[in-house]
Design a protein around this ligand. Structure first.
Ligand SMILES: Cc1cc2nc3c(=O)[nH]c(=O)nc-3n(C[C@H](O)[C@H](O)[C@H](O)COP(=O)(O)OP(=O)(O)OC[C@H]3O[C@@H](n4cnc5c(N)ncnc54)[C@H](O)[C@@H]3O)c2cc1C
Length: 416
């Protein structure tokens, strides 16, 4: 593309804003549109666990999941929930999703994910370097916390995937766990420590700060709702919004879990669902954590953030429209109390959001047909981590017509 052309990026979450910055740094005119302000609390980029996870190469679907999931659903202490009336709507997606729960597909997915997450810490730093957004980034270890060695060894398959991606943990056991992290409750006796990870001290404020960087470098942001895409001879000429038409030469669809209708209109039917997730922030916490943690027994992450300690996790299927459920939040509270019995705090903030979940756990990155609209959505559990890399890949696709990285795992056509 020529640098005198205009590109509209739809969606101001981490994926959209990162893409907009890299496109603009390539020299073209970029307009970002979103129905909310960048970093707003209905976007998934606001409420995530904040962890930048280069070792995030293991999808939720793994071998054995099909036989285990009915028991998980019925177990009140397992963080998998289903709003049963939603099941008929979920079923077609669920069948496709579970068809990947085997060793061969899991290894294939893992290789794809490693492209997006492998250099994530550097990607975030290079996006934010020398700007006010940099202050929200922190270096840290990321520790998988286990009750005992048997539980750790039961996860050998996923650590094998991580090892294949060059991510090898340092294992700490027994009293050494409390020497590493004095705040950790006694129910944890083993930590698998992944080095050179990172986190964001306030994901919402980070996205807002990156949006300001984009504006300060010449970009324009408009708060509008996108309703449609105008095509001429099958190629985009503009977007239709609730406040009128915006002409453009190309567009990026970075609307997270809300991407399905516009992608479908452009001829690509992506099996995309909401994996609802929750967080609780414990304000003015009595403890100071050294690192970020994945509490493997409860499958939630713990991150020391600006506003307090954020505990985030749970997978709930129930669609985009239903309000937050009580059950997941109660379970999260119970589990936090179990792992960190000494935690005191002045108050809490609760949140529910939507992970954009494709049926094969890989994001969709690439042009939708030959429409001039490029997809950048479907990042599941790793969108904060992979947003900046995705943005760079899309900028290369648009400005250079290709990438020297194999993007076939993310091909929008793969579902057709
Ligand atoms: C509980 C939880 C914990 C998580 N923890 C982590 C973690 O620790 N690390 C990690 O890497 N990832 C994590 N994730 C995943 C991560 O948050 C997501 O993958 C990521 O935020 C997706 O970003 P996005 O930019 O694609 O979507 P979003 O942030 O949702 O942005 C999409 C934007 O599109 C806008 N939009 C949609 N439709 C329209 C329209 N028609 N017109 C205008 N605007 C529109 C929305 O308003 C929104 O701002 C977690 C997710 C959850 C729910």
């Amino acid at each position: 593309m020529n640098t005198d052309q205009t590109i509209v990026v739809i969606g101001a979450g981490i994926v959209g804003i990162s893409t907009a910055i890299w496109l603009q740094r390539s020299g073209c005119k970029v307009i970002v549109v979103d129905r909310g302000k960048p970093g707003h609390d209905k976007g998934t980029s606001y409420g995530n666990g904040g962890i930048i996870v280069p070792s995030g190469v293991a999808p939720v679907t793994g071998p054995g999941m099909i036989t285990k999931s009915p028991k998980m659903l019925l177990d009140p202490n397992f963080p998998l929930f289903l709003r049963w009336p939603y099941l008929p709507k979920l079923l077609p997606w669920l069948v496709k999703y579970l068809s990947n729960a085997n060793a061969t597909d899991t290894r294939r997915i893992s290789k794809g994910l490693s492209v997006i997450v492998g250099d994530a810490v550097d990607q975030h730093k290079s996006l934010a370097r020398g700007t006010p957004a940099e202050k929200w980034l922190a270096d840290s270890d990321y520790c998988f916390a286990y009750a005992d060695r048997a539980a750790f060894e039961a996860d050998e398959f996923v650590f094998g995937l991580r090892r294949d991606a060059g991510q090898v943990p340092e294992v700490i056991e027994g009293d050494a766990v409390r020497e590493y992290e004095p705040e950790m409750g006694a129910s944890v006796t083993l930590l698998a420590v992944m080095k050179d990870h990172g986190y964001v001290r306030s994901p919402g404020k980070y996205v807002a700060a990156l949006a300001e960087v984009f504006q300060s470098e010449g970009g324009e942001i408009r708060q509008v709702e996108v309703r449609d895409v105008d095509l001429s001879d099958g190629h985009i000429t503009g977007i239709v919004t609730d406040q009128g038409r915006i002409a453009c030469d190309a567009a990026v669809l970075a609307t997270g879990v809300w991407s399905k209708p516009l992608a479908k209109k452009l001829g690509v039917n992506v099996p995309l669902e909401s994996e609802r997730g929750y967080h609780i922030v414990f304000k003015d916490p009595s403890m100071n954590l050294r690192s970020t943690y994945m509490m493997t027994g409860g499958k939630f992450v713990v991150t020391p953030m600006e506003a307090g300690i954020r505990c985030a996790g749970v997978v709930e299927f129930g669609g985009l429209d239903a309000p937050a459920s009580e059950g997941p939040l109660k379970l999260l509270r119970r589990q936090v109390a179990q792992y960190f019995p000494q935690l005191e705090y002045s108050g809490t903030e609760e949140w529910m959001g939507h992970r954009p979940a494709t049926s094969d756990s890989l994001p969709v990155i690439g042009e939708l047909g030959q429409t001039g609209v490029f997809a950048g959505f479907g990042h599941h559990h790793i969108g904060l981590t992979g947003g900046p890399k995705t943005g760079r890949l899309i900028a290369d696709l648009i400005m250079q017509g290709g990438s020297n990285i194999d993007l076939s795992p993310f091909d929008p056509k793969r579902f057709n």
